[in-house]
Design a binder for this molecule. Structure first.
Ligand code: NAD
Ligand code: TYD
Length: 351
């Protein structure tokens, strides 16, 4: 059967995670003919509950596997008629990368190389690498990252994401691969693993437990609601040009302490829950994204303002306490205790 844009098969690596699962939902909903193969190793961050609402869709299939394991990747491509690859699969938490960089090198760098090689063999028409603004390093008080800002990663997570980006650009240049990169600002929304700042604050504050704020809370991040990111990634698949980099940003910049106050106010919880703890080593000061390229070329614009996005996120966490309980298994608890009781991080441990 000849393939049109409407009946392509998309391999989504890392589709059981926070953003990948949102993207799968978005594509199946927006594109009535597109099929999705979700290829995910199911690490601590991967959760098939995130895909529950699509699992009976006849255009959706899940395959468990590791992007860094040659036989797994060969297996998922074999006879599957994959047209498009979107790679969300990664080790994603900066603090864990500071503890141990090895899994980050393996998945983020070796895994990307392995996926690229198999995508080439399969002759896919598009490969989209999901990257991050963290590869650019840290900004001063003003300015924003553009696509040609030099790479200057400051932590092992960012360094491995930058390494992966360079492999993707080399693949496009050397092999003429139809591969491109998106770099997005900090995401928030439903189903984000509660080691990241926003869901950690929500999960803790809802149980009246302290909110750990690193340093003095003045580090700044730019935030995007996850639905806006997913729409941008699908635009990248359809409108992106090979060998190019595209920034995606939500335009909502805040200091961490302002965000903590906003979340507490929205939850009706007291600011006394905020607890300043030891700073993250090498903590990037400020991220901000210039995404005028995709606004101009794709007509993309963020649609969800901060107030609405945070409210929707809070509503979701409020109504899904069993999801939070489920992901806080023993390995998460031991990470949390190790990380936050380290040095002067003296937060009360999990009950
Ligand atoms: P996540 O940690 O929620 O999910 C990662 C997913 O990848 C999980 O389902 C996990 O099981 C899977 N995975 C990990 N190692 C794998 C392997 N070896 N093989 C196959 N699957 C594997 O991450 P997320 O927040 O959804 O991030 C998705 C992507 O977006 C990542 O590449 C990340 O670098 C990028 N990104 C994230 C943000 C953010 O704010 N969360 C911002 C910009 C870019
Ligand atoms: P995080 O969600 O880990 O994303 P990233 O490091 O990729 O930006 O952190 C967002 C910001 O919040 C970052 O400046 C670090 C800070 N932070 C805290 O203050 N306390 C915490 O417990 C965590 C996890 C993060």
């Amino acid at each position: 059967m000849s393939k049109t844009p409407d009946n392509r098969t998309v391999l989504v690596a890392g589709g059981a995670g926070f953003i990948g699962s949102n993207f799968i939902r978005y594509v199946l909903d927006a594109e009535p003919g597109v099929r999705v193969v979700n290829f995910d190793r199911l690490t601590y961050a991967g959760n098939l509950q995130n895909n529950e609402d699509v699992e009976t869709n006849p255009r959706y299939r899940f395959v468990r596997g590791d992007i860094a394991a040659e036989p797994d990747v060969a297996g998922v491509f074999a006879g599957a008629g994959i047209d498009v690859v979107v790679n969300f699969a990664a080790e994603t938490h900066v603090d864990r990368s500071i503890e141990d960089a090895a899994p980050f090198v393996r998945t983020n760098v070796q895994g990307t190389a392995c996926l690229l090689a198999h995508s080439r063999r399969a002759g896919v028409s598009r490969y989209v690498q999901i990257s991050t603004d963290e590869v650019y390093g840290s900004l001063g008080e003003d300015g924003a990252f553009a696509e040609d800002t030099p790479l200057h990663p400051n932590n092992p997570y960012a360094a491995t994401k930058a390494g992966a980006d360079l492999l993707v650009l080399a693949e496009a240049r050397t092999h003429g691969a139809p591969a491109l990169i998106t770099r997005c600002s900090n995401n928030y929304g439903p189903m984000q693993f509660p080691e990241k700042f926003v869901p950690l604050m929500l999960a803790n504050a809802m149980e009246d437990r302290p909110i750990p704020v690193y340093g003095d809370g003045s580090n700044r991040r730019e935030w995007i609601y996850v639905d806006d990111h997913s729409r941008g990634v699908w635009d990248a698949v359809n409108k992106g040009r090979p060998g190019e980099v595209y920034n995606i940003g939500g335009g909502q910049e805040t200091a961490n302490i302002e965000l903590a106050r906003m979340v507490l106010a929205e939850l009706g919880k007291p600011e006394t829950l905020i607890e300043f703890v030891a700073d993250r080593p090498g903590h990037d000061r400020r991220y901000a994204i210039d995404c005028s390229k995709i606004e101009r070329e794709w007509g993309w614009a963020a649609r969800t303002g901060f107030a609405d996005g945070i409210r929707a996120t809070i509503d979701w966490y409020r109504t899904h306490p069993e999801w939070v309980r489920g992901v806080r298994d023993q390995s998460y608890r031991s990470y949390y205790e190790r990380h936050y009781t380290h040095r002067d991080r003296t937060l009360t441990s999990f009950r």
